[in-house]
Write a new protein. Structure first.
Length: 134
């Protein structure tokens, strides 16, 4: 039995406010309605998170994000935030890969903020820990 809420939305078992759809991707309004136009962009096939997403599907989702960004800017928004949480520790609630698109207006007072780290490390130390070489 499929319990993923996004898969149920894709199958039409749960209604949504659809913004865009093609054969691979669905974009619909987030029910939180925290920012007017807050849109979720998901692949139609179930993939748990960004880490489990294959490159081809990721490109389709990101291409949709770009298409919607251009559309929202054309409609009069002044900017867009894109956010994708990967794994529960990052704040991912629904275990189906998705990107949040937040259309923004200048001075809309919406806040997408990070809190200062409790432990400070130098950027040099952090870079050494995280560096990836091909």
């Amino acid at each position: 039995m499929d319990t993923c809420i996004f898969c149920k939305i894709v199958k039409g078992e749960i209604p949504c406010y659809k913004i865009y759809e093609n054969k691979d991707v669905l974009a619909f309004l987030d029910i939180e309605n925290d920012v007017p136009g807050h849109t979720l962009i998901i692949p139609k096939k179930h993939l748990t998170d960004l880490d489990s997403c294959d490159e081809k599907t990721y490109q389709k989702v990101l291409s949709t994000a770009k298409k919607l960004t251009k559309h929202f800017l054309f409609l009069g928004f002044d900017g867009v935030n894109l956010v994708s949480n990967c794994k529960e520790a990052s704040g991912q609630i629904v275990q189906h890969f998705h990107i949040h698109l937040f259309p923004r207006k200048t001075n809309d007072e919406a806040k997408l903020t990070m809190q200062p780290a409790k432990q400070k490390e130098t950027l040099e130390t952090v870079a050494k820990k995280l560096r990836l070489e091909d």
